[in-house]
Design a protein around this ligand. Structure first.
Ligand code: IMP
Ligand code: MG
Length: 174
């Protein structure tokens, strides 16, 4: 079965949006330092681009979680595969995600990180599929709201492929 990728957000559109998100964050956190927490692997491409566009001081950390669930569904029970290196205590944390789908993974993760005593915590996602929400999640910064389609690129994968695409596309099979 051949796969085709139909572009829904071009490289220029994504880059322009990330630039303005970085500017917005820089305004909102003026005079502070932000601590970006990337949820691997999907959030990594977005976080690197976003970090380059933030003009206040930035520190970075990474964590890797897996949800106990099958295929494209997630159960909301999260297992930490790789924890953060640094404490969150007193930091202005921004969790950076590729996509918020059902919201199960993130609501669990945000609650867990909140217990570590950050000065503040915000959520920044490149993509949001609001139609798919099962658990409410407060998203502070959203790149694009997209319809309920399975997308790849800019960190998002289909069976570990396509993360490196510099645009967002929908996988089509023919
Ligand atoms: P949820 O919000 O707990 O349902 O899970 C979100 C996670 O599912 C994301 O971080 C992605 O890893 C994955 N995911 C959800 N929708 C897509 C998609 O359209 N393409 C690729 N991965 C997706
Ligand atoms: Mg993810």
């Amino acid at each position: 079965m051949a796969e085709n990728i139909k572009v829904i957000l071009t490289e220029a559109e994504v880059d322009a949006r990330i630039k303005s998100m970085g500017e917005q964050i820089s305004r909102d956190y003026a005079g502070k330092q932000v601590h970006l927490v990337c949820v691997l692997k999907g959030g990594s491409f977005f976080m690197c681009e976003l970090a380059k566009r933030i003009s206040v001081p930035v520190s970075l950390d990474f964590m890797s979680v897996t949800s106990y669930g099958k295929d494209t569904k997630s159960s909301g029970v999260v297992k930490i595969i790789k924890d953060l290196d640094d404490s969150l205590k007193g930091k202005h944390v921004i969790v950076v995600e590729d996509i918020v789908d059902s919201g199960r993974t993130l609501s669990y993760l945000l609650e867990l990180l909140q217990q570590r005593g950050p000065a503040s915590m915000a959520l920044c996602t490149l993509l949001d599929k609001p139609d798919r929400r099962v658990v409410p999640v407060n998203v502070d910064y959203t790149g694009f709201e997209i319809p309920d389609k399975f997308v790849v690129g800019y960190g998002l994968d289909y069976n570990q492929r396509y993360r490196n695409l510099p645009y967002i596309g929908v996988v089509e099979f023919d």
